[in-house]
Design a protein around this ligand. Structure first.
Ligand code: PMP
Ligand code: GLN
Length: 380
């Protein structure tokens, strides 16, 4: 069989979680909470199952859920998406991302991806026959930032799509108004589309606002905006997310979606729709995770790790050059085996070999899990 994805192996998350389990390490690698969701949420899903919501829902998702998503986006970001034609429920953000890329990227089209980048973008571009054009973020004392002049230089007549992700995995950086303005200047007057991965939209710290693309009409009119209930409601295993996009883009999205998964499981959609009627869980998420971020950062102050800014997401990146000079993948493996704390090498988020001496920890963990990890890390 001639492979369609020659460079793809098993994801770094799967590999590091397996290594963590094998060595009994505290798993701060793969991003997922080690605590339970609000029990009211599975209760609502069970109620939906018992009430007989067990057959295929509408192809684009349960209407009640699409309406709840539309209301939330409108309340938070001021853009109204028509629940009937501009919102689709997906099997996690991953399916939304892959579907969005497959529905608009033609063979030979270029897609600009800012690296380090979440690992789902590149394979989807490759499956579509597109050409990924990576642009590296710069990293200094103030953390990671996007060199917009380089993005502008990478954009040209073959550019079909630019993928952005804020809050950003793995760096924990967030787009600011100046970034949005720079992006708008690049796409203005072109037919470049945007894929905005906003799965960590509710995890922005220190009082900053999430600069959703939905806030900016000239960006939103050309964007697929993606989010994930897995992140927001502490249920990463449920694999439910959504995409919002203008009707013309959504029509193309749904052509792929209906043959890719057709639709997403019914009872969880009903459960989530009911749960969304209370905004508190997502409005309180930033404070919830900011406290964990601070606990984790405080615990590493005075250690030989140096902390990069963590303005959003549930990830903390650290430099380890005072401890070791080995490559990131080796360091993450050593940390897992010998120190019994798993991390993710940031090099895994680049298409070309890039070593920055930085690894990523996930702090979406019980306080006791974080304390145990800190005890081990602070000794290094
Ligand atoms: N995008 C980013 C940036 C992510 O970190 C994740 C979570 N791994 C996803 C997309 C995928 O989300 P989901 O689990 O809902 O498919
Ligand atoms: N998004 C999660 C992370 O970055 C992992 C998702 C996955 O395992 N594919 O850690």
């Amino acid at each position: 069989l001639r492979t369609k994805l020659p460079a793809v192996g098993t994801t770094i998350f799967t590999r590091m979680s397996a290594l963590a389990n094998e060595h009994g390490a505290v798993n701060l690698g793969q991003g997922f909470p080690d605590f339970e969701c609000d029990p009211a949420l599975p209760g609502m899903v069970a109620d939906a199952m018992r009430a007989g919501h067990n057959q295929y829902p509408a192809m684009a998702g349960v209407p009640l859920l699409r309406e709840a998503i539309s209301s939330k986006v409108s309340a938070l970001y001021g853009r109204s998406y028509d629940a009937a034609s501009e919102v689709t429920v997906t099997a996690g953000a991953t399916q939304a991302i892959t579907t969005a890329i497959l529905c608009c990227v033609h063979p030979g089209d270029e897609v600009i991806v800012i690296e380090p980048a979440y690992d789902a973008y590149a394979p989807a571009i490759e499956l579509a026959g597109g050409v990924m054009v990576p642009v590296s973020m710069q990293v200094g004392e103030d953390g990671y930032s996007i060199p917009w002049d380089k993005v502008a230089a990478a954009a040209g007549p073959r550019t079909r799509l630019i993928v952005i992700n804020s809050p950003h995995n793995p760096t924990g950086s967030v787009l600011r108004r100046a970034d949005i303005d720079a992006l708008a200047a690049i796409v203005r007057g072109t037919d470049i589309l945007l894929l905005s991965d906003e799965v960590y939209e509710h995890m922005v710290y220190d009082g900053a606002v999430h600069e959703s693309v939905c806030r900016y009409p000239e960006l939103a009119e050309r964007a697929f905006v993606v989010s994930s209930f897995g992140k927001t409601y502490h249920v990463t295993g449920w694999k439910i997310g959504y995409v919002a996009a203008p009707a013309a883009l959504m029509a193309e999205f749904r052509k792929v979606h209906q043959y890719y998964v057709f639709t997403v499981n019914t009872p969880m959609q009903h459960g989530i729709a009911g749960y969304m009627s209370d905004p508190a869980p997502y409005l309180e998420l930033a404070a919830f995770y900011q406290r964990k971020r601070d606990l984790f950062r405080d615990g590493l102050q005075g250690s030989r790790f140096s902390l990069l800014p963590a303005d959003g997401t549930y990830f903390q990146c650290v430099r380890y050059d005072a401890i070791s000079a080995i490559p990131e993948a080796d360091f993450a493996e050593w940390l897992t085996r010998e120190v019994k704390v798993a991390a993710i090498p940031v090099s895994a988020f680049y298409s070309q070999a890039t070593e920055s001496g930085i690894v990523r920890f996930c702090f979406a963990k019980k306080d006791e899990t974080l304390r145990l990890a800190l005890e081990r890390l602070a000794k290094l």
